[in-house]
Design a protein. Structure first.
Length: 144
C-alpha cells in the first residue's frame, strides 16, 4: 500500500482542480455525484472543510479518486476536543433540554449548531441509562 502525497493546499483546491481535469462544471460534478450544486459550491469555496461519510463517498466516485485521497485534504486531522468540563456541561445541557428541544446548542470549536440525541441503553439489571450525544453540523466535533 503506497502513501498518498498531498498535491494541493486544501480540499477546495483539490476538488476544483480534479473536477476541471475531468472536464466537469460544478453543476456537472453535482449531477455526477448526486449532490446539490450548493454542496459542491460550498466545498470548492472552502466553506465545507469536513465531509460526511456519504458526501465523501459520492465525491470520490464522481471525481474517480479514493476516499483516502479526499480525507487527506479535509480539516480535522489536528482537531482537538474542548476541555473535559466543556464536554460535561454540554452533556448535562443535552439531558436537561432533551433531544427535541427548541434550545439550540452550539459547537465549542466552530460555533455551528450541534445535532443532538440521547441514546437509551440498559444495564445488566435492566435499568435505563441515558447517554447524551452530539455532533457538529460543520466540523468533526462530537460528544459521545
Amino acid at each position: 500500500m503506497h502513501k498518498i502525497t498531498k498535491k494541493y493546499d486544501s480540499l477546495a483546491q483539490f476538488v476544483s482542480c480534479e473536477r476541471e481535469k475531468l472536464g466537469f462544471s460544478q453543476s456537472g460534478l453535482a449531477k455526477k455525484c448526486n449532490l446539490t450544486l450548493e454542496q459542491i459550491s460550498s466545498i470548492e469555496s472552502g466553506i465545507e472543510t469536513f465531509l460526511s461519510t456519504t458526501v465523501r463517498q459520492k465525491l470520490a466516485k464522481g471525481l474517480k479518486t479514493s476516499l483516502d485521497e479526499i480525507k487527506i485534504y479535509e480539516k480535522g486531522e489536528d482537531f482537538t476536543l474542548g476541555s473535559a468540563s466543556d464536554i460535561e456541561d454540554l452533556k448535562e445541557q443535552i439531558l436537561i433540554n432533551g433531544e427535541n428541544s427548541k434550545v439550540a446548542l452550539y459547537c465549542p470549536v466552530c460555533g455551528s449548531k450541534l445535532i443532538v440525541r440521547i441514546a437509551k441503553m440498559y444495564d445488566l439489571e435492566d435499568n435505563l441509562i441515558l447517554h447524551p450525544k452530539a455532533r457538529c453540523s460543520k466540523c468533526p466535533f462530537q460528544v459521545h
